[in-house]
Design a protein. Structure first.
Ligand code: EPU
Length: 344
């Protein structure tokens, strides 16, 4: 199915819940629809593009004067199976957490710690979603997509995706060129459980037996206790990435603040917790008009209702500035900006 419209409202397509319009909006349900589209009309090539999945990692600043592509490709199916693994392929339009639920329901491990992450399957490889000690790149076998330049279907092995922390080729060189249509995951029949992040182990044990179902439930409980529900309070999860700095700088911070959370990030580098930096800059729970810094997790910016994208952006600039003044650390956005041409 293909749906094409002009001046399409995007409020219900972004979890911040901000008002914005897409000049052109193209929704499709089959990989072949992209063929039909690019061959039917060459004029799209002149337009800025934005690929919109669940809208859980985007901030619209203004009307998007271009073409929004919304892949709505459904389906979860088994590709193959051996003694250890089951390979499942999921359409880019499947809701990510429905896929996690499906895997846990069939006792397949590898994505349970990624429970309740908002968004669609197609976005998971783009920013290599991660939580509670698991990253999706660990279970991705293959990413299928459509290359708008070559006008053909393409596929990428795990190595070809060049995954990093919240990063992949799809965010860089292939941005707006390859539209992900489905992802093949290699799941474990006898998984090793990941319990060593924060309160996960303690919560799982409180629920009873250590199994996939209880890990999923523990992660859901932790997330719902800290992260605001997008249906109640507009947000896009972590607004910034956790910054990677050289270890000398991290040690300087630790010398002053003995409780600073610091994680290893490869030889000579350390990762700091952006939420902690923001909290220690005095901004946790800060509110200005319709927007604010969440009171339980300072890495999350929220729309208390009726905020314009610009207000959220301005708040993020203030957060960046105050963290830089206090710690000399530059925060980098995790969310994608769209509709920026009219604003920045
Ligand atoms: N912290 C504070 N104050 C805060 C928030 C956090 O001091 O307001 C401290 C915590 O006490 C902890 C550390 O910072 O010592 C890390 O906090 P947390 O475990 O909550 O995780 P995070 O680093 O803030 C990351 C991901 C989340 C993911 C969690 C759990 C990024 C940018 N964010 O957050 O992902 O759910 O770990 O694994 O890596 C997302 O990407 O949208 C997202 C929610």
């Amino acid at each position: 199915m293909i749906r094409f419209s002009e001046n399409h409202p995007l409020k219900s397509y972004n979890t911040f819940g901000v008002e914005a319009l897409a000049r052109y909006f193209f929704e499709f349900t089959e990989p072949e629809d992209l063929d039909t589209f690019v061959n039917a009309n060459e004029s799209w090539k002149e337009l800025p593009l934005f690929v919109l999945g669940g809208g859980s990692n985007v901030l619209f600043l203004d009307k998007f004067e271009g073409l929004v592509l919304h892949p709505n490709l459904p389906g979860i199916g088994k590709v193959r199976e051996d003694r250890q693994n089951v390979w499942l392929e999921a359409g880019a339009g499947e809701v990510w957490d429905d896929f996690v639920k499906y895997c846990v329901g069939f006792n397949l491990g590898g994505v349970e710690n990624l429970s309740l992450i908002p968004g669609r399957v197609g976005a998971a490889p783009v920013q290599n979603i991660g939580a509670y000690g698991q990253e999706v790149s660990e279970v991705i076998e293959l990413v299928r997509g459509y290359d708008l330049q070559k006008k053909e279907q393409v596929q990428f092995s795990n190595a070809a995706c060049r995954f990093g922390y919240r990063d992949s080729l799809f965010k860089r060189e292939l941005k707006n060129r390859v539209i992900i249509t489905s992802v093949v995951f290699r799941l474990e029949k006898f998984p090793e459980f990941r319990l060593n992040y924060g309160q996960v182990e303690e919560k799982v044990k409180a629920l009873g037996e250590i199994n996939l179902h209880n890990i999923r439930q523990a992660v859901i409980d932790i997330r719902t206790s800290k992260l605001p529900d997008v249906n109640e309070l507009g947000n896009a999860g972590s607004f910034f990435k956790n910054p990677v700095v050289d270890s000398v700088m991290a040690e300087k911070i630790r010398d002053i603040y003995a409780d600073a959370p610091i994680y290893p990030a490869g030889e000579g580098y350390s990762k700091l917790a952006a939420g902690w930096l923001i909290e220690r800059s005095g901004l946790k729970g800060y509110r200005s008009g319709n927007v604010g810094v969440h009171e339980k997790q300072a890495l999350v910016l929220v729309n208390y209702g009726g905020a314009a994208g610009r207000e959220i952006y301005d708040l993020s600039e203030k957060v960046k500035q105050l963290v830089f003044e206090k710690f000399g650390v530059e925060l980098e956005m995790e969310v994608n900006l769209a509709g920026i041409n009219n604003y920045l």
